[in-house]
Design a protein around this ligand. Structure first.
Ligand SMILES: Nc1ncnc2c1ncn2[C@@H]1O[C@H](COP(=O)(O)OP(=O)(O)OP(=O)(O)O)[C@@H](O)[C@H]1O
Ligand SMILES: [Mg+2]
Length: 320
C-alpha cells in the first residue's frame, strides 16, 4: 500500500533528516511515526505527498511510484492533516471542508451530500456549522474539521501530522476515541505523526520509532514495550512500559496464556469481562480494600480468584 525503499532526505543546508528508511505499510493499517522533536517525522510524511522531494530511494503508493502520480491523483488518493489544523480563516467551514472536492470539480449536489455526511461522521451537525468561520469554533472542533477536510475526497491514504497535538488531554482522549471509531468503519491506510508514546500505543497497529532520521524499530506497540530493539527504544518507551503494555492486553489474553483456577462462586467479588484491560484489573487488585477478582469464562462460570501473582506470571510470559 505504502512502500518506502531506502529513502533518504538531505535538506539543502546539509541536514540529513531521513537516513535510509525502508518500510512496508499494509492496506488499512494505522501506522504512527513516533520520535523526539527533529527526528524527521514531518519530513518522512511530507515526502509521501511530494511536499518534500526525496534525495534517494523510492516511495510507492498502491503500487505506483509517487513520481508517476500527477497533482490530481495525489489529491484524490492522499488526504493530509497538517501539524496545526491549517484551516483557511476567511473561508466558511463548508468551503474549508470541501477544498479538495472543489478542486476536483465535483457537482454542487455531490459536495453538499458529502459535506453533510462528513459533518455527521465527526459529530458536528452540518446545518449548525455550515456558515461558521474557523475562529468561531473551539480548538477541538477545528481539529475535527481538519480531519473532515482530509477525508473529503475519500482518499484511501491519510497523512496526519500531530492532528490532535494542540488539545488539552481530556478533549484529546475523546477525539482519539472518536477517530478510532471512524477508522474502524473507514479502514483508511494512515500515517500519523506523534511524539507521544501513549497516543501511539493507543492508536497504532504498528509504530515507526525514529531517532536522528534513522529507523529504530517498526513493530506492534506491545512488541515495542516488551521487546525494545535497543537502548534508545527502551528509554523512549519509559520505565513504566510494563503498565503501558498491560493497558494493551485484555482479560481474554490472560485466559489464553495461563491456566486459571475455576471459581466455585464469585458472589463476593468483581467480575471482569473478556475485553477489560489488564491494567484496569490490576488497579482493582491494588485497591487498599480489594474485593476478590474473577474473570468471566467463554464456556460459562467464572475463573478466579485472580491475584497479583497471576498478573506477574502473565507479564513474565509476554516479555520472555
Ligand atoms: N525546510 C527545511 N530546511 C532545512 N532543514 C530542515 C527543514 N525542515 C526540517 N529540517 C530539519 O530536518 C530535521 C527533521 O525535521 P522534521 O520537521 O522532519 O522533524 P519532526 O520529527 O517532525 O520534529 P517535530 O516533532 O518538532 O515536529 C530537523 O533537524 C530539522 O531542523
Ligand atoms: Mg513535525
Amino acid at each position: 500500500m505504502i512502500e518506502f525503499t531506502n529513502v533518504s532526505k538531505t535538506y539543502p543546508g546539509g541536514v540529513k533528516a531521513i537516513d535510509d528508511i525502508s518500510l512496508s505499510i499494509g492496506h488499512g493499517e494505522f501506522v504512527v511515526l513516533l520520535g523526539p522533536s527533529g527526528c524527521g517525522k514531518t519530513t518522512l510524511l511530507r515526502m509521501v505527498n511530494q511536499l518534500e522531494e526525496l534525495t534517494e530511494g523510492e516511495i510507492a503508493v498502491e503500487g505506483s511510484s509517487i513520481h508517476d502520480l500527477n497533482k490530481i491523483d495525489m489529491r484524490r488518493n492522499i488526504g493530509y492533516v497538517i501539524q496545526s489544523n491549517g484551516l483557511f480563516p476567511n473561508m466558511t467551514i463548508e468551503d474549508n471542508v470541501m477544498v479538495v472536492p472543489a478542486m476536483l470539480g465535483w457537482s454542487k449536489e455531490k459536495k453538499k451530500e458529502r459535506f453533510e455526511y462528513l459533518m455527521n461522521l465527526i459529530g458536528m451537525p452540518p446545518e449548525t456549522y455550515r456558515k461558521n468561520f474557523p475562529h468561531e469554533l473551539s480548538g477541538g472542533q477545528q481539529q475535527r474539521i481538519g480531519v473532515a477536510r482530509a477525508l473529503a475526497a475519500d482518499p484511501p491514504v491519510m497523512l496526519m501530522d500531530e492532528p490532535f497535538g494542540a488539545l488539552d488531554p481530556i478533549i484529546r482522549a475523546r477525539i482519539q476515541e472518536e477517530f478510532l471509531d471512524i477508522q474502524r468503519t473507514l479502514k483508511k491506510t494512515i500515517l500519523f505523526v506523534s511524539h507521544d508514546i501513549d497516543e501511539a500505543i493507543k492508536l497504532a497497529d504498528r509504530i515507526v520509532l525514529l531517532k536522528d532520521g534513522k529507523l529504530q524499530q517498526f513493530d506492534r506497540p506491545e512488541e515495542l514495550l516488551n521487546r525494545p530493539a535497543n537502548e534508545f527504544v527502551s528509554e523512549f518507551v519509559g520505565e513504566d512500559s510494563v503498565l503501558k503494555s498491560l493497558s494493551l492486553y485484555q482479560v481474554q489474553d490472560m485466559k489464553a496464556k495461563l491456566t486459571l483456577p475455576e471459581a466455585s462462586d464469585g458472589l463476593d467479588g468483581t467480575v471482569f469481562k473478556h475485553g477489560d484491560s489488564l491494567r484496569y484489573v490490576l488497579s482493582h487488585l491494588l485497591h487498599p480494600t480489594p474485593k476478590p477478582v474473577y474473570f468471566e469464562r467463554q464456556e460459562g462460570g467464572l475463573a478466579g480468584p485472580i491475584s497479583v501473582a497471576h498478573i506477574e506470571a502473565f507479564v513474565r510470559e509476554m516479555t520472555a
